[in-house]
Design a protein around this ligand. Sequence first.
Ligand code: ATP
Ligand code: MG
Length: 354
Amino acid sequence: MKKIILTGDRPTGRLHVGHYVGSLRRRVELQDSGEYDKIFIMIADAQALTDNADHPEKVRQNIMEVALDYLSAGLDPDKSTIFIQSMVSELTELTFYYSNLVTVSRLQRNPTVKAEIAMRNFEASIPVGFFTYPISQAADITAFKATTVPVGEDQMPMLEQCREIVHKFNSVYGEALVMPNILLPDNKACLRLPGIDGKAKMSKSLGNCIYLSDTEQDVKKKVMSMFTDPNHLRVEDPGRTEGNPVFIYLEAFSRPEHFAQFWPEYAGLDELKAHYERGGLGDVKVKKFLNKVLQAELAPIRARRKEWEQRLPEVYEILKKGSMEAQAIAAETLKDVKAAMKINYFDDEAILRM
Ligand code: ATP
Ligand code: MG
């Protein structure tokens, strides 16, 4: 069987370092590993509209921002097909048919949907489209016969729901859909990177992000203002590293060579943590180190972005070409789906034999 990747992001803002460690960095590695037959990267504008119906201009504006973030992070349009969700109308049609296979109560039990509804204070005013977005996500994944979906931990319930839809579809209509698998980051700190405010998830909607496209000064300012251990008041106090965002970011980003280069007093993260926990190590020093580590990772991304910003017509062509290619593939799957459901009336004349 072919190995196919599908993943993507909502164009609700520029991409942040949570996206980077949760999914984007991995995608680039997988892309360059040469182990996959096809890689589809989707800018999920239709999904973004489910909770931004009143702000179409925000979604539109961020299409280019996300595309620039992709290209600057190292996604290569010759190896990965980058496309825009709404340009593939087959996805909407698949969503409609899959809706019949999912109950309202099952959607209500989806933990991510629950958490996101609470976070957005939707209460009784949940848009139907938002409530059912896990179904449209199942359409996105299955349309490309994806075997592998590299995403952050918050997407686990989505993948679970998608797998249920595939199972149900295949058992009712016959094996037309491919069962996908989630691919989570190996590094625990990357599963769900917290915000700079210490909130459980860095998220565009919460405004607690370090963006890939932030300037050097922005990144520094944000790092220096980060939430740490609130009980670590004086330098000599023992500090907590567990649940401390500064240390979680170091887990996610720092490598032994960063210590050798920027802070040779410590052999590595374990030694640094031990010192902080014992007491005698101030937050400012640790933050300064984190800033250096982040700048080292982000500088090349920032530089590539500057270059791509000068080549917007090329970016436009990449998206257009990618969307056309994606559309052709989704159309094949839709054809298989309709054949399995026996709603392909004009593909043969069997309908005439009553
Ligand atoms: P929104 O607030 O609009 O939902 P978001 O910041 O949650 O935006 P998405 O576009 O929903 O971003 O998520 C895109 C991908 O990035 C998903 O695979 C998701 O799991 C991953 N991701 C998002 N935030 C984080 C995070 N803080 N840590 C790890 N992965 C993340
Ligand atoms: Mg999200």
